[in-house]
Design a protein around this ligand. Structure first.
Ligand code: URP
Ligand code: ZN
Ligand code: ZN
Ligand code: ZN
Length: 481
């Protein structure tokens, strides 16, 4: 049992406001928030003066222990969530990705087993990689019995996990019925397949072929298609890792028409550009191979504007660590380089530094895009994403004056590369609490293997109600003749 903890004198930041208050944590929950709280007998105290106290980060897109492209990511659910805690992130939403034809429930149980070692709380989006009666049925079981309220659709990765339009349409419709959010990886897999072959035919075999085979229009086409399908079916849609101006514009346009489209941005896409793929060192260039790729300068600015204007909602990392010897599988063919980069530990600091210090976000907006919005969209709110009595004591104490230089040498992730290498950022998680347990304290990582809990998420998050009402009001009727 964790002792009660009183955090005194910090500036509490929620998505709606900031205010000075003490916060008392008892039995893993926030027991009270207010001025000059009394410490119960035996309580520990933590001085928060000069710091911000924020809801622990929620990374809604990670891949721990993912079997992908013939290998398995370096970080498992323990090392990955421990790294997350060191950076102020206290919950992840990872992905169950069934092989085509694999029963959903088998894949789900496999992932639940792998995740038992997690040090932070976790939930799962489940990928729909094929269609059939059993998939339709298992989606219902997952939502109604297992607390899954979002499904993922890969529009890329042809001949592997890509789903065609028939599967998209069937799954979106079923998601709506169940009150689950459909999400998409938006890239046109057919175009990627064709362009990869064309690049190789031109003799482009190195990592520079990766972005050339996945230009922004490939992403924008898929985003627009998914948005249009969702519009026709009257279902909300969440687009993961929006990386290009074109895709961000498609979302903004749809939202301006009143459609419930939500967008996620990765910390990496906000600050890194595609020059990395032309690095003469294969190891460095390959370390950045992820999909969608890093983009030409200018796209990042449009993603920031999306976050600022409210057309993009969450920030994630797509944390998916493959090390140099794994990336070497694509030494002579960029299309065989396992796709994925890290970042779960750095996301909060990068967002704070570039966002808040960079004059783009208020601290409350930072909380919105690093935890509260994800909590609301995926129905974890107000247990997560909010500092209030009754919420889980998932907290990050943030020193806005502390600086740190991000590096593979100091990271806790087991990856052997840091895409933010050498970046000096101001703003740092000095303490992280997961359910009241101090898992990170002034550089001391006390992550507990298996302490993380699986988060069951109820269906029908708030965005579903207006859609149901709209469907009711717009019910088509036959003409009486
Ligand atoms: O390159 C990436 N992003 N790897 C992980 C799988 C995915 O597409 O999210
Ligand atoms: Zn993806
Ligand atoms: Zn991903
Ligand atoms: Zn403890």
């Amino acid at each position: 049992m964790t002792k009660p903890l009183l955090i005194q004198g910090a500036t509490v930041v929620n998505a709606d406001r900031e205010f000075k208050a003490d916060v008392l944590c008892v039995d893993g929950q926030i027991a009270a928030v207010g001025p000059d709280l009394e410490a119960p007998a035996g309580a520990d105290k933590l001085d928060g003066s000069g710091r911000y106290l924020m809801p622990g980060g929620i990374d809604p897109h990670t891949h721990m222990q993912l079997p992908f492209m013939g290998t398995v990511t370096r970080d498992d659910f323990f090392s990955g969530t421990a790294a997350a805690l060191a950076g102020g992130t206290t919950s992840i939403i990872d992905f169950v990705i069934p092989d085509p034809q694999e029963p959903l429930m088998d894949a789900y149980r496999k992932w639940r087993g792998w995740a038992e070692k997690a040090a932070s709380d976790y939930a799962f989006h489940v990928a729909i990689t094929w269609w059939g009666d059993s998939v339709h049925r298992d989606m219902g079981t997952l939502v109604n019995e297992e607390g899954v309220n979002s499904f993922k659709h890969f529009m890329a990765y042809k001949n592997a996990i890509m789903c065609d339009d028939e599967t998209l349409v069937n799954s979106f419709r079923r998601s709506l019925e169940l009150g689950a959010m459909p999400t998409v990886h938006a890239e046109n897999g057919e175009l990627v397949f064709l362009l990869q072959a064309e690049m190789k035919a031109k003799g482009i075999l190195g990592p520079e072929g990766h972005p050339l085979s996945r230009p922004p229009a490939v992403e924008a086409e898929a985003a627009q298609r998914a948005i249009a399908i969702a519009d026709v079916l009257n279902v909300p849609i969440y687009i993961v890792h929006v990386s290009s101006a074109e895709s961000a514009e498609a979302i903004a346009r749809a939202r301006a028409r009143g459609q419930r489209v939500y967008g996620e941005v990765l910390a990496g896409h906000l600050v890194i550009d595609d020059s990395v793929y032309r690095d003469p060192d294969f190891v460095k260039a390959a370390a950045h191979v992820m999909s969608p790729p890093f983009r030409a300068k200018g796209h990042g600015q449009m993603l920031w504007r999306g976050l600022q204007s409210g057309s993009l909602h969450t920030t994630a990392t797509d944390h998916c660590t493959f090390c140099a010897e794994q990336k070497a599988a694509g030494k002579d063919d960029f299309s065989k380089i396992p796709n994925g980069c890290g970042g779960v530990e750095e996301r909060m600091a990068v967002l704070w530094h570039e966002g808040v210090n960079g004059g783009k976000l208020t601290p409350s907006e930072f909380v919105a895009v690093t935890s509260a919005n994800a909590a609301r969209l995926f129905n974890l709110y107000p247990k997560k994403g909010l500092i209030a009595a009754g919420a889980d004591a998932d907290l990050v104490l943030w020193d806005p004056a502390a600086t740190q230089t991000l590096s593979v040498k100091t990271q806790h992730s087991l990856g052997d590369y840091n895409i933010f290498e050498g970046m000096t950022v101001q703003g740092k998680a000095t303490h992280t609490l997961t359910r009241g347990h101090l898992a990170w304290a002034d550089g001391d990582l006390r992550a507990v293997r298996g302490a993380g809990q699986y988060l069951k998420r109820a269906p029908f998050a708030p965005q579903f109600a207006p859609l149901a009402r709209k469907a009711e009001l717009e019910q088509p009727v036959p003409v009486a003749r």
